[in-house]
Ligand binder design. Structure first.
Ligand code: ADP
Length: 624
């Protein structure tokens, strides 16, 4: 890697760290302060202890001045006690702040997810990013940054204190006449040599740690990807009761065991690579470190023999040099780990910075009691993000107020996509859509969404109460909820529930929750659509699992319920939509026919006739 690139990475890391610190400060203003105080107090307590212990030992073995010793003991005890108590106080604050930061981080992330454009929530890349953030947050998340920085701070304080404590050793020389190796150890040449050895050893260990850690980072990434696949086999195939059915019926056990075995051996080989790396570099540098440490100890011991300093100072210098080397090593390790942590933080910021393009419009929608809203598609084409093919091509279409429209077509012909564009879950790639003549992108997004009630095929109810599910809100108008339930055919069922509207749906969190059938869930979803009382109501095949007759019944009944509103029905069963005044036939992303059932059947070569005849024949055969 070129120096320029390294500088660029460091710059980027610093910017990310700075931004993360600012954000953490808004969550918990004193978190960093306490972390740094904790680091300082601990290091200061250790070095004051080490310094005074050396002084006392030298006094015991040298001057034997009891008064001086007593003062030093008192100073040592008081200062260490104060620093330890302060560090304990900071530690408690750190623990509290850590939890608060984790909670805020989660809230911050979730708020972003909730306000994100739908297209981004469906985007696999953005979903994967969120998943990676959630996975990593469990390992520490943003609060990890604080403890890392505090650790680095502790390393720096230790390095500075160690240098201060050992500096005088290099300049102090014995005034006794010396010979041989003792004389050499006490010479300035030896001091210089030793200083150079210590500096070189620190630099070498710094570089080697950076190298090993960068390799280790790549292996760890591969390990966590492998682990993810392995746990996917376990949780999705074995722990999920729904999947168990398929596993048993299709006898897929061997298939799964084989696949998980393969991934397991890959995992083991990565662990082996990791061990090899540690063996190759970690152990080698450790041997060198201990040789250097031996040299340093001998040097300091010889200087003590020369009478340059006493036993206490000997212990102090030896301890501090060891600390200097250990902290340099650790400092380098922490710096490189900061880089991998920054990758997590970068992902975090990239995710929260995802622009919300749907929210730029400001015009409020007109509130009309007569629901006179006209929507028109003007030559609209649309491609899903990161795809090549058009899901909708050159669509020109007008919805008039009070229309009953059926949308039919083969699977994948673009029916749901048209609805997504209508409801602004996506914006057109080309062309535009207008509401009462104004481009829908100019309207306030939330205001515009209020015009639509959709029951999707894959609608979702939540483990809230029946009332909350129907009203999609904590506060609701009970009478309106009951009336919607009645229209949807769920009145008696909910009345019979133990807590009425307050009965929790599903038993996920509440023991007195009720499990409901697929058909009942559909009715609740329809009640939710009715409660919203929007100008446009859309049923996007929510009845796909029902038989055609039941579907036809629901559609016709729904048609009576929605009165003066504009209703759009999507179904691949043509018989369900016969009652509609207008039928739109989609094929391959294009609107190819538009007319009433009778009109469309007049064209025997049209797609509608083809679909109708195919389905009519099927029902006729069954009837027979
Ligand atoms: P229909 O509702 O008529 O069954 P859709 O509107 O769901 O059809 O799909 C139209 C086309 O768009 C299909 O080719 C489908 O594969 C594609 N498609 C649908 N949803 C997505 C998506 N989220 N990302 C990419 N392609 C999609």
């Amino acid at each position: 890697m070129k120096i320029k690139e390294i500088i660029e990475i460091i710059k980027q890391d610093l910017n990310t760290t700075k931004r993360a610190i600012k954000l953490i400060q808004t969550f918990t203003p004193n978190y960093f302060l306490h972390s740094f105080l904790f680091a300082f107090d601990l290091a200061a307590a250790q070095y004051i202890g080490c310094f005074l212990a050396a002084e006392i030992t030298d006094e015991v073995t040298g001057g034997k001045d009891i008064k001086k010793m007593a003062i030093m003991v008192v100073v040592m005890v008081i200062s260490e006690l104060v620093l330890v108590l302060l560090s304990k106080y900071s530690w408690r604050r750190i623990r509290v702040n850590e939890i608060i930061t984790q909670q805020w981080e989660e809230i911050y992330l979730n708020n972003k997810s909730f306000s994100m454009d739908y297209k981004n929530m469906e985007d696999p890349e953005i979903r994967a990013k969120r998943q990676a953030i959630v996975d990593n947050r469990n390992l520490g998340g943003l609060s990890y940054l604080v403890s890392r920085l505090s650790h680095i701070m502790r390393n720096i304080i230790n390095i500075v204190f160690s240098i201060i404590m050992v500096a005088d050793m290099f300049f102090n020389h014995s005034d006794k006449p010396l010979t041989g190796i003792v004389a050499f150890a006490d010479s300035w040449v030896a001091s210089l040599l030793l200083g150079v050895v210590i500096i070189i050893s620190c630099v070498v260990s710094f570089i080697s740690v950076q190298y090993v850690e960068s390799k280790d980072y790549i292996i760890n990434k591969k390990i966590s990807a492998t682990k993810k696949i392995y746990s996917y086999y376990l949780s999705d195939y074995l722990d999920d009761s729904k999947a168990c059915k398929d596993v048993h019926i299709f006898n897929q056990q061997e298939l799964i065991v084989n696949a998980s075995d393969k991934i397991h051996s890959k995992w083991l080989s990565l662990i082996k690579d990791k061990n090899e790396l540690t063996k190759k570099y970690g152990e080698k540098t450790q041997v060198i470190d201990y040789i250097i440490l031996g040299l340093i100890y001998s040097f300091v011991a010889l200087k003590a023999i020369a009478g340059t300093f006493g036993i206490g100072s000997f212990v102090k210098y030896a301890t501090c040099i060891q600390k200097l080397m250990w902290n340099t090593n650790d400092f380098s390790l922490m710096l490189s780990r900061m880089h991998s942590l920054n990758k997590y933080i970068e992902d975090f910021f990239e995710y929260v910075d995802t622009p919300t393009e749907m929210h730029y419009g400001t015009i409020p929608t007109e509130k009309r009691m007569d629901n006179k809203y006209d929507i028109e598609f003007h030559n609209v084409s649309f491609k899903y993000p990161n795809t090549e093919n058009y899901a909708i091509k050159n669509l020109n279409l007008k919805f008039k107020v009070g229309d009953r429209i059926a949308v039919v077509g083969m699977n994948g012909s673009g029916k749901t996509t048209m609805i997504k564009l209508l409801c602004r879950l996506y914006d057109p790639t080309e062309g535009y859509i207008t509401l009462n003549g104004i481009d829908i992108q100019k309207y306030d997004y939330e205001d515009y969404l209020k015009l639509f009630s959709v029951v999707f095929q894959d609608f979702k109810l939540f483990s809230f109460s029946v009332g909350e599910n129907v009203a999609a809100s904590v506060d609701y108008d009970e009478e309106k909820v009951w009336s919607s339930l009645e229209k949807a055919g769920m009145l008696e069922r909910v009345k019979a529930m133990p807590k009425g509207l307050k009965t929790p749906v599903y038993k996920d969190f509440e023991e007195d929750g009720v499990e409901i059938s697929g058909g009942e869930a559909q009715k609740l979803a329809i009640a939710r659509a009715l409660y919203k009382d929007a100008a446009f109501v859309i049923l996007d095949e929510p009845t796909a699992s029902l038989d055609p007759i039941a579907e036809h019944e629901i559609y016709s009944r729904f048609n009576d319920m929605v009165k003066d509103k504009t209703a759009v029905y999507i179904s691949h069963r043509l018989s369900s939509c016969r009652f509609c005044d207008r039928i739109l036939v989609f094929d391959n992303g294009q609107l190819i026919q538009d007319g009433s059932h009778e009109n469309l059947l007049e064209n025997p070569d049209g797609k509608y006739s083809e679909l109708w005849n195919a389905q009519a024949q099927y029902y006729a055969e069954n009837k027979v």
